[in-house]
Design a protein around this ligand. Structure first.
Ligand code: GLC
Ligand code: CA
Length: 565
């Protein structure tokens, strides 16, 4: 076997957006005890690793990604004792827990920033990135023309000292200054605190942005608008690898943990290898998003449908599966809390079971550690947003108001198109059952409930003879089966029919060979796959799957996984 076996290579992950998962004390907000209640449900699905979105004390400008105190739990989510109990109960069930480690920034309500902004000579001044504005033609502008991910400039002026602080996300999320060794030291203490509490590792938020270009020079990017989305000014710069090495040597290496960095769009497989290569990487794996947008959602007109570009999706799969295999490890996932729902993105809201189970087999028999996003396993869809008040996300709201959409004749179209891409789609309330508040709470939850929760929910998924949930459970059983583990966990990946527009086919090769063939569309298709002989069908989403590989007719959204030779 090529790879050294470790628990996290064999794990099945599940991402929890805490605020929307399960409310245990009926205040309308999901909490740690809610997760504890649902551990048996996750165990039954085959989950062995949970990533929980930020639970730290926070004013919730970005639902917890704006941390005001790294050493405490937000009271709306519970207490440190609840966390200890959750870790204990999860470990008893063989489930490990990783925390979202928000390294790049804090809340502006964090004690360090409250100090930092007070004066230029405050001992905490250098914890953040401060600079003078520029005077251009007699008018003051921010230090550079770099944009923020959440709209507008990545600088915000603070009148107390008349300087600007850097904030590549919201105004309430000032960026930490990693050049300052004190900041690195403080953040290593944060990591150590949680690891000593029993956490099994971290998903590291926005890790690609810990370094910035030294010179504050304007971007020359040729785009409309004052502020340039020139992310390379503060993404994936080489200095990050030095910072991470320090974290690895002083903290990560001391524990049996897993670390997964979010490197976002823009990172190449070569950069991913710098973060996570087997010999010298500081992280165990990284999340990129190349495969998450292989359709027309970014240039859609109101009248058009979302159309999946399977050829492009397959190209992205090849890029990462081939690019990293044997050199690093990788997570596999369809979406996270920053993306639209899978069924609305790549599946079919009118064929939820078939398209959802097909997408599951298409992804989770590939090489890497699966991360299921909450609600994906029951086929949750996008939310039908109608007005700006239906949204919660600070990114969407910023863009709406900064562009004065409120007074634009295209307001309805803007809302419709924003709704298709919005991060809020992933953040709606988990559909546990068909009751008024979807089994999430006894009171009205903090956010939207999907109208289709009556037909698609956990309770039904468990009762129905066929459901996405049950299909996913079979996938994870096969991955854990000692007979197939060498192939499905550690084996290599080979893509077939790369140019086929409708069918995705790939083989995993270890001490056995396992072939998965999926029809991505709502029509019959015929393909011919040569060079393999079917020994057995391992999983399919229709009864009586066809076994003639050289003349294989697949029904709408049909997926079949074969043991072959
Ligand atoms: C990451 C998170 C996202 C958050 C941002 C700032 O991209 O996934 O939800 O808004 O970082 O913390
Ligand atoms: Ca609660």
């Amino acid at each position: 076997m090529f790879y050294k076996p470790t628990w996290w290579k064999e794990a099945v992950g599940y991402q929890i957006y805490l605020k929307s998962f399960k409310d245990s004390n009926n205040d309308g907000i999901g909490d740690l005890n809610g997760i504890r209640e649902k551990l048996p449900y996750l165990k039954d699905l085959g989950i062995t690793l949970i990533w929980i979105c930020p639970f730290y004390k926070s004013p919730m400008d970005d639902n917890g990604y704006d941390v005001a105190d790294f050493f405490d739990i937000d009271p709306s989510f519970g207490t440190l004792d609840d966390m200890k109990l959750l870790i204990k109960d999860a470990h008893k069930l063989g489930i490990r827990i990783i925390a979202d480690f928000v390294m790049n920034h804090t809340s502006d309500e964090h004690a360090w920033f409250i100090e930092s902004r007070k004066s230029k000579d405050n001992p905490y001044r250098d914890y953040y990135i401060w600079a003078d504005g520029k005077i251009v033609d007699g008018v003051e502008t921010p230090p550079t023309n770099w944009a923020s991910f959440f709209g507008g400039s990545c600088w915000k002026k603070d009148i107390l000292t008349n300087q600007y602080y850097m904030k590549i996300f919201s105004n309430k999320m000032p960026d930490l200054n990693y050049k300052n060794p004190k900041v690195r030291h403080e953040m290593m203490n944060v990591a150590t605190f949680w690891l000593d509490l029993g956490i099994d590792g971290f998903r590291i938020d926005a890790v690609a942005h810990l370094g910035r270009k030294d010179e504050l020079i304007d971007s020359t990017m040729d785009t409309l608008g004052k502020y340039k989305p020139d992310w390379r000014m503060f993404s994936n710069l080489p200095v990050i690898f030095d910072y991470l090495r320090e974290f690895k040597e002083n903290v990560f290496d001391k524990y049996d943990i897993v670390t997964i960095g979010e490197v976002g769009g823009g990172a190449t497989p070569e950069e991913a290898l710098r973060y996570s290569n087997l010999e010298a990487g500081s992280l165990n794996m990284v999340f990129n998003f190349d495969h998450c947008w292989s359709n027309n959602v970014w240039d859609l007109n109101k009248k058009e449908q979302v159309v999946v570009d399977l050829v492009n999706l397959k190209k992205n799969f090849r890029k990462w599966q081939y690019g990293l295999y044997g050199k690093a490890w990788t997570p596999i996932y369809w979406l996270n809390h920053d993306h639209p729902r899978l069924i609305s993105q790549y599946g079919d809201p009118n064929n939820i079971y078939l398209s959802g189970s097909m997408l599951g087999s298409s992804l989770y028999f590939m090489w890497g550690t699966p991360f299921v996003y909450q609600g994906e396993e029951i086929g949750m869809t996008n939310y039908p947003f109608r007005t700006i008040d239906d949204f919660n996300d600070v990114q969407d709201k910023n863009n709406y108001y900064l562009n004065d959409i409120e007074n634009s004749p295209n307001k309805d179209e803007y809302i419709y198109l924003m709704g298709i891409k919005s991060r809020d789609n992933a953040r709606t309330i988990m559909s546990w059952d068909s009751s008024k508040y979807a089994g999430f709470s006894n009171v009205k939850p903090w956010f939207n409930i999907l109208p289709n929760h009556k037909e698609y929910n956990v309770k039904k998924a468990l009762e129905d003879e066929k459901s996405i949930y049950k299909h996913y459970r079979e996938i994870f059983k096969l991955r854990a089966n000692p007979k197939y583990k060498d192939t499905l966990i550690y084996g290599s990946y080979k893509q077939l029919l790369p140019r086929h527009k409708d069918v995705y086919a790939y083989v995993r090769i270890g001490n056995k060979k396992i072939l998965t063939v999926s029809n991505f569309f709502n029509k019959d298709v015929n393909v011919s796959i040569r060079g393999y002989k079917v020994k057995k069908v391992l999983l399919s989403n229709y009864d009586n799957p066809n076994k003639a590989l050289t003349n294989l007719t697949l029904r709408p959204y049909e997926t079949i996984t074969y043991l072959v030779e």
